[in-house]
Design a protein. Sequence first.
Length: 155
Amino acid sequence: MVKTMTGFAIYEFPFGLLKIAYEDSIVVFLKRVTCPDDFGQRTEFTGTVFSQVIEYLDGKRREFDFPYKLKGTEFQIKVWEELLRIPYGETRTYKEIATAIGNPRTSRAVGLANNKNPVTIVVPCHRVIGSDGHLVGYAGGLDMKIALLEIENQR
């Protein structure tokens, strides 16, 4: 029986604390967190992932080349895969995402799926906005969403 290597590390980044969790050198969770009980164990792999996130935040990277796996419901994964199609520096509305996945009346469910995105920044849920153009909802906080969109639009 092959044992799965799992772990996580928490790093300080411009928005507070970033948790990177992995299974067998595949990222399964990348999100802003608050008040962790444990900061995990930093590894070469988590260091590489963190470096790429910082390069993105510094405007030096547009894509990530570390492996990651999306875990969720069939609907959530469909939404997250559609988010990956949004080009850097562009946005889509919740309704546009719902329509693109073949469920035009599921804008609210798209928003809930975005909120559960386990690999933020990489799976760009920050690129999804309200139909009126307003920035609404973001699991990492609206301050982070605004900053991520500004990074992408100013470079």
